[in-house]
Design a binder for this molecule. Structure first.
Ligand code: K7E
Ligand code: CUA
Ligand code: CA
Length: 647
């Protein structure tokens, strides 16, 4: 099968030729996969590299006009996007693609002072000496909290794959407010909040966040048993959405990848690509089938309550046994392993609450799993877990992630084909039952190039609106002005409101977005100004300004009011441990001040009525002009305070 065959497949003749890739072909793809994919793209691009591949002149600007947001107008949607190994989360406007804000999460950010101020350090986590425990992060998946199957505008959750942390962002200020590190895991990849309580019918909002660990490690990972495969395990973790404490963990067979939760709250699931528990990629794709692993949340929590748990290492978190061996009888089982084609990637919940769809990745298929059949298996009334699979259409090469519209269609990214494929879920089910006339694949559109995640507007709620699909592509090559070896990625906006999908905009995005959610703007209510009382250390009156000394610990209290700091100068001694507390008493929206101290590596901002503090050792005598970094006033440059460090 050549790339030519793949590229010229007609949407109507879905790839009967596309058989499951065998391991030998895959070994090739794994090594040369990207170049295979990219050369396929190259054939599509009629223009030589370096010139835009699309031909907008042929369409005329007018055709795209309705996707533009004119000056002074606001976007219809927010798009919240993870920033991959930048460790941050970004907020864009949709459809404009305008970047509004970068929310520092696991990274340091000297614009806002994230990782510099005491308050942010306390959230990120410190070593005993007060320095940051970690400086790096890798954000993959962002999801918001739900009420009644809709975004409630309260929280957003995002994972750090590198150090196994979960962060919460509060949506009113769009700032990170909690970060926790999950015990005994590595490669925390998929995460999803629940949508209602599995036990208490009255609780119809998010109370838990589920977290999947991709890499198996020896438990505990303390240097013992490092070459003993039986010691290696992955844990699936449940975190309380309010307290952000770990409620329980589940010991599983195989690994976790992405995570999905059902709208009725009863099920959480993770797709597993390494049921083989192999250490090398050849081993990880040795079996023809892996699994989508379902967790019966209520039963697990009963087991936790009943004390059927153990702990690992110094962690106090109760761990329940969710391995196959311990869960043979469906009627009492905590978990259900549904076999699906080899090395699947994403798992996504359909908005009608009925199905989870896993993408094949190494198989050209998507697998549709019917949730009430999974529950039937847990009741002991479904013979084989595989019988919960109600469709498995062939949709194209390298399927990764799926979004949904309001008409029963699914949109799956095809990494190797560089396409988005639109397919109909009910038709796929009919076809699986044997209906030869069922038209499963509805449309395909090329994207530039190699899509990873894709998402529809409001697609993760019970009410998607069927307007847009955003394709976050991993390569952009010739789509933008060249900027050296590191290319931006492309986020391509696709209008899905008609029968044919239409790419309507290329947005350049800084490396490397993975997941996004597209949220209607009226579901988000932000605060534009803080309350002084939000901060226990606030300096509420300029008269409280001054320098307080206790031994060699010095506290400098200061306020900012454009265009001045309340202390034109302050004096400390060499060797002092200095804490500066700064409250911005300007309460005008958008009036932010900054505070930088040369040679002391201090730089942060204070938003209207916000208080922040920094602590450092005054180890260099001399004069240091602290100045406002954030343009605030005609006399912004004059807004300074002189720090005098005496010998
Ligand atoms: Cu497919 Cu980390 Cu969601 Cu990226 S994962 S693409
Ligand atoms: Cu205050 Cu610039
Ligand atoms: Ca596998």
């Amino acid at each position: 099968m050549s790339i030519e065959d793949i590229k010229h497949d007609d949407a109507s003749t879905v790839p009967a030729r596309r058989r499951f890739l065998n391991s030998a072909a895959l070994a090739g793809l794994a090594g040369a996969g990207l170049s295979v994919g990219l050369s396929a793209c190259k054939q599509e691009a009629s223009a030589p590299a370096g010139t835009p591949a699309a031909a907008p002149a042929a369409h005329g600007a007018g055709e795209y006009g309705k996707y533009e947001v004119p000056p002074g107008q606001l976007d219809e949607y927010y798009s919240f996007s993870s920033g991959g190994h930048s460790g941050e989360v970004r907020i864009y406007g949709m459809p404009s693609g305008r970047l509004f804000k970068r929310i520092p999460v696991f990274n340091m950010d000297c614009l806002v002072g994230w990782g510099i101020t005491n308050e942010s350090k306390a959230i990120i986590g410190t070593k005993p000496d007060g320095s940051l425990k970690y400086h790096t992060g890798d954000t993959h998946h962002v999801h918001q909290s739900y009420t009644d199957g809709m975004y409630d505008g309260k929280y957003m959750f995002v994972n750090d794959k590198i150090h196994g942390r979960l962060a919460r962002i509060r949506m009113d200020t769009m700032e990170t407010d909690k970060i926790i590190e999950l015990p005994n895991i590595q490669g925390f990849h998929g995460t999803f909040p629940d949508k209602r309580d599995p036990v208490d019918e009255k609780i119809n909002h998010t109370t838990r966040v589920f977290c999947g660990a991709e890499f198996s490690i020896p438990l505990p990972n303390d240097g013992n048993g490092m070459n003993d495969p039986t010691k290696y395990h992955s844990l699936f973790t449940c975190v309380d959405a309010e307290s952000m404490e770990v409620r329980w963990q589940a010991l599983i067979d195989g690994n976790c990848d992405l995570v999905a939760t059902s709208f009725d709250g009863k099920l959480a699931a993770t797709n597993q690509y390494n049921t083989e528990m192999g250490a090398h990629y050849q081993d990880m794709m040795s079996s023809e089938r892996d699994a989508c692993l379902f967790f019966n949340v209520a039963r697990i929590e009963d087991a936790v309550k009943a004390g059927k748990t153990r702990t690992y290492g110094s962690s106090k978190v109760p761990v329940v046994d969710c391995t196959k061996a311990a869960n043979q009888d469906p009627k009492t089982a905590l978990t259900c392993y549904v076999p699906i084609p080899k090395n699947p990637h994403g798992v996504n919940a359909s908005p009608d609450g009925k199905y989870f769809v896993c993408s094949g990745k190494l198989s050209p298929t998507a697998t549709v799993i019917q949730l009430d059949l999974v529950l039937k298996w847990f009741d002991g009334d479904l013979k084989d877990a595989r019988d919960a699979v109600v469709a498995e259409p062939e949709i194209g090469l390298g399927p990764l992630h799926t979004g949904f519209d309001n008409k029963g269609n699914a949109y799956t990214t095809l990494f190797l084909d560089s396409q988005i494929v639109k397919w109909n879920v009910e038709a796929a089910i009919q076809s699986f039952k044997g209906d030869k006339n069922a038209k499963v694949v509805v449309d395909r559109v090329d994207v530039q190039y190699q899509p990873g995640h894709g998402f529809t507007s409001m697609g993760e709620t019970k009410a998607p609106d069927g307007k847009y699909f955003l394709s976050d592509n991993k390569f952009s090559k010739d789509r933008f002005l060249p900027v050296g070896p590191l290319h931006p990625e492309t986020a391509q906006l696709i209008d899905i409101s008609g029968d044919k999908m239409k790419v309507v905009a290329d947005h350049a995005v800084y490396s490397e977005p993975h997941d996004s959610i597209i949220v209607k703007r009226d579901l988000i209510k932000t605060r534009q100004v803080y309350n002084l009382d939000d901060f226990p250390n606030a300096i509420k009156d300029p008269k409280e300004s001054g320098v307080e000394r206790k031994g060699n610990k010095v506290t400098v209290k200061m306020v900012s009011q454009a265009p001045a700091f309340s202390l034109p100068e302050f004096t400390v001694k060499k060797g002092d441990e200095v804490t500066i507390i700064l409250t911005n008493l300007d309460k005008v929206e958008d009036l932010t001040h900054g505070f930088a101290i040369p040679k002391y590596d201090i730089n942060f901002i204070v938003n209207p009525l916000e208080t922040k503090s920094v602590t450092f050792k005054a180890d260099k005598p001399g004069v240091y002009w602290c100045y406002c970094t954030n343009f605030c006033h005609a006399l912004h440059l004059e807004m300074r305070s002189r720090m005098i460090v005496e010998k």
